[in-house]
Design a protein around this ligand. Structure first.
Ligand code: PLP
Length: 350
């Protein structure tokens, strides 16, 4: 017997993140039926399939299944850099904000923030690369985040992305893409994933965000880089055994949930449009994907008070700063739920 999906009565509208989705009965069925083996020996057929499929989707030689996107990013830092190296990345990056200092603690690198609003240009990359004269840390790696989470789910304009990467390549930098939501970027701009991934040495992608799997990310790239990443995955405690049950959820998510991401984008656009009409509310960026980040000005309550007031009315969002909040759409909230959430927010603010 498969477990029934647990649905609470009066379930809140949960817009805290696209990670809150629960596996559907069909996904659970795929997990239960997964063919598995010990992945340390490379013998889990479902993981092997997933790794091959995702590598092909992204146009990379190989890929490596990891428990989380944080680990995939950290493996990339570790593979590309030596201790004491300098890494360039955008404002408000996940690598800087949400990985608990792992860049310093595990990879031993220092982070230099460039650009504004999650993006930067080629001139800013050139200006940030430090001279190699024995006084500065060697600038080794450039990281991009696409879509950019904390900057409102922003998608990198393709031309700008190419120019930035070309400049970085010319300066001898390695290139990593934090593509936890690359699926959303590809859907929004109607560009194949492999095109968005092409300029990068390594790319991390997440199965547990908008795609709705319960866990799992992949680091994709050249075979040699991934051979080294595999060693560090073991060192970081991320080697798993019969994790094909998770890989099966990921394969199911890719097959069934990739095609519906534009629905989330439409719902986020609706939510963004409704809440931007409320006096004192400002979107930090136009809504391009499934993320709405917005600031609330006085005399409206601050973010913490607003989160509590919304929670009392059955709407969950996250505070991102003293006066900044984030709402994220996903496959467990439909259009009616987003309309409901927007009207609750307007009530609470007025
Ligand atoms: C969620 C996320 C990750 C990975 O997060 P995990 O929770 O560790 O899987 C990485 N980068 C970005 C931009 C994210 O939003």
């Amino acid at each position: 017997m498969l477990p029934a999906v647990f649905v609470m009565p009066n379930q809140p509208i949960d817009l805290r993140s696209d990670t809150v989705t629960r596996p559907s009965p069909a996904m659970r069925q795929a997990m239960a039926a997964a063919d598995v083996g010990d992945d340390w020996y490379g013998e889990d057929p479902t993981i092997n399939l997933l790794q091959a499929e995702v590598a092909a989707l992204l146009g990379k030689e190989d890929s490596l299944f990891t428990p989380s996107g944080t680990m995939a990013n950290q493996l990339a830092l570790r593979v590309h850099c030596r201790h004491g190296d300098d890494v360039l990345l955008s404002e408000e990056s996940h690598i800087q904000f949400h990985e608990n200092g792992a860049a310093g603690a595990l990879a031993g690198v220092q982070l230099t923030v460039i650009g504004a609003g999650g993006l930067f240009d080629a001139a800013q990359v050139r200006a940030a690369v430090k001279p190699e004269n024995g006084l500065y840390p060697p600038t080794r790696l450039l990281c991009l985040e696409n879509t950019h989470n904390r900057c409102g789910g922003k998608v990198w304009p393709l031309q700008q992305l190419r120019e930035v990467c070309e400049a970085a390549r010319g300066l001898g930098l390695r290139l990593h893409l934090d593509g936890a939501r690359l699926w959303n970027a590809a859907a929004a701009h109607k560009v194949p994933l492999r095109e968005l991934a092409a300029p990068f040495d390594t790319v991390s992608v997440s199965l547990s965000k908008g795609l709705g799997a319960p866990a799992g990310s992949l680091l994709c790239g050249e075979r040699e880089a991934l051979r080294r990443a595999r060693r560090f995955r073991q060192m970081y405690g991320g080697g798993m055994r019969q994790a094909g049950v998770l890989a099966a959820a990921g394969r199911f998510a890719l097959q069934h949930n990739q095609g519906r991401l534009l629905q989330d984008h439409e719902n986020a656009a609706l939510l963004g449009a409704r809440i931007a009409e409320v006096p004192g509310v400002r979107l930090v960026a136009p809504v391009e994907t499934n993320i709405v980040v917005f600031d609330v000005d006085p005399p409206a309550p601050d973010a913490a008070a607003l989160v509590a007031a919304l929670r009392a009315r059955g709407v969950l969002v996250n505070a991102f700063g003293p006066r900044r909040l984030r709402a994220v759409t996903h496959l467990d909230v439909d259009r009616a739920a987003c309309e409901q959430a927007a009207s609750v927010l307007r009530d609470v603010l007025s």
